[in-house]
Design a protein around this ligand. Structure first.
Ligand SMILES: Cc1ncc(COP(=O)(O)O)c(C=O)c1O
Length: 386
């Protein structure tokens, strides 16, 4: 396991000189995130009505999702900021419904930090086990988001929630740059550059990261003239980012369903995400459970066991082929199928390795202090200014 990376730059750190802020090598944390394959999928393309399709396999990241890119940068930036302020960082925290908390647990542990993950009581138990198996303290709370914010302010702990931490978007820039680099390495001629890129959107941190990466492609060494795909945001029915773009007449009669439950209802990145859609002549798609499940079957039949978010993105590419005449596309496989235990980090982090415990629910800052003290030892809790 790589921890602080003085080694030749790989993965997201290939783009270290393009990040804002720059992170000095001693503070760079890496578990091997990034450098994920961009796989041509010709048979799937035919099944979807496309002429060519590439899958960007973000499920191959160390903890099984694209969140690793953001989190590697976020943890590194938090350590660097604390060092610049003259203090050693001891803890980080976040509220999350799953993949971001798993990534935070793994990257925080790699950096020797205590990680406090605030989760709502209904969170998928498999994901909660994976958070614990990576060494994080789990705080169950009916008001996970606001309690985490209050505790972080009270205890001067960096809040790594990707929807609010600007450093998350910076890590996600590498997804956009890496796709441009993959296409260049695969010698995809400008004329056959994929027209459209489809990815599932919840907080829109990763979508905005890709959009900014395409805009800022020169700082990462790409020529301005390199064509970039149109950006398509994929959500469940009712998703706010895709709302003005999905033209299905019967949409109002459809239910958000399982796919809708995967996405945040609101995002502070709504305006920027929609500007990227309009600016690239992309689109927004509300995907139903039936559409996502059919796409999931197709993916599995082609040997790809992915999160439902990825199946929804594939379903959107299928609709775009039928409704908008799109012929060439990239679909981002943002996460692994957790039910299959498909995680690529050490066996110690597999979701089945840690037992589920019944947790007391935290409601106050003092409740959180007690849980954290019990798990990580006595205070001081402070030391992590940003
Ligand atoms: C597997 C998967 N895909 C897509 C997303 C959406 O990413 P974002 O929150 O950056 O929009 C998430 C976020 O929760 C996720 O876990």
């Amino acid at each position: 396991m790589t921890v602080r990376s003085e080694a030749p730059a790989a993965g997201i750190w290939r783009y270290a000189d393009a990040f804002e802020p720059r992170i000095d090598p001693p503070y760079r944390i890496s578990l091997g995130e990034g450098d994920t394959p961009l796989e041509p999928a010709p048979q799937l393309a035919v099944a979807l009505g496309l002429t060519s399709l590439w899958l960007k396999r973000e499920d191959r990241n160390p903890t099984g999702s694209h969140k690793d890119r953001g989190m590697a940068f976020q943890v590194s930036a938090a350590i660097a900021a604390a060092a610049a302020g003259g203090c050693a960082l001891r803890h980080v925290a976040l509220s999350s419904s799953g993949n971001a908390a798993i990534a935070a647990a793994a990257y925080g542990r790699a950096a020797g930090l205590g990680v406090v993950a605030f989760v709502a009581p209904g969170t998928d138990p498999g994901k909660v086990r994976a958070v614990r198996a990576n060494g994080a303290v789990v705080v169950m709370s009916p008001n996970a988001l606001t309690l985490c914010e209050a505790w972080c302010v009270a205890r001067s702990v960096p809040n790594l929630r990707p929807s609010t931490d600007p450093a998350a978007v910076e890590g996600f820039l590498t997804l956009g740059w890496e796709i441009l680099s993959d296409l260049r390495d695969q010698a995809v001629a400008p004329a056959t550059m994929p027209e459209a890129l489809f990815t599932f959107v919840s907080s829109a941190a990763s979508f905005v990261g890709i959009g900014r990466a395409f805009d800022r492609r020169e700082v990462a060494g790409f020529e301005r003239a390199v064509p970039t795909p149109c950006l398509h945001a994929v959500q469940g029915v009712g998703g706010s980012v895709a709302a003005p773009f999905d033209s299905r007449p019967a949409a109002s009669a459809l239910q958000p369903g399982r796919v809708g439950a995967l996405g945040a209802r609101k995002t502070r990145r709504l305006g920027e995400a929609q500007r990227f859609i309009r600016g690239t002549h992309g689109g927004g798609w509300w995907i139903t459970d039936d559409e996502a499940e059919a796409a999931d079957e197709l993916l599995r039949a082609h040997g790809v066991h992915a999160a439902l978010e990825a199946a929804a993105a594939l379903a959107a590419a299928r609709r775009a082929a039928a409704e908008s005449g799109i012929r060439t596309a990239i679909v981002i496989v943002t996460g692994a199928d957790r039910a299959g235990g498909a995680m690529h980090i050490t066996s110690a982090a597999r979701s089945t390795d840690a037992p589920t415990r019944s947790d007391p629910e935290a409601r106050t800052i003092e409740d959180v202090d007690r849980i954290v003290r019990h798990a990580l030892g006595p205070p001081p809790l402070t030391g992590g200014r940003r």
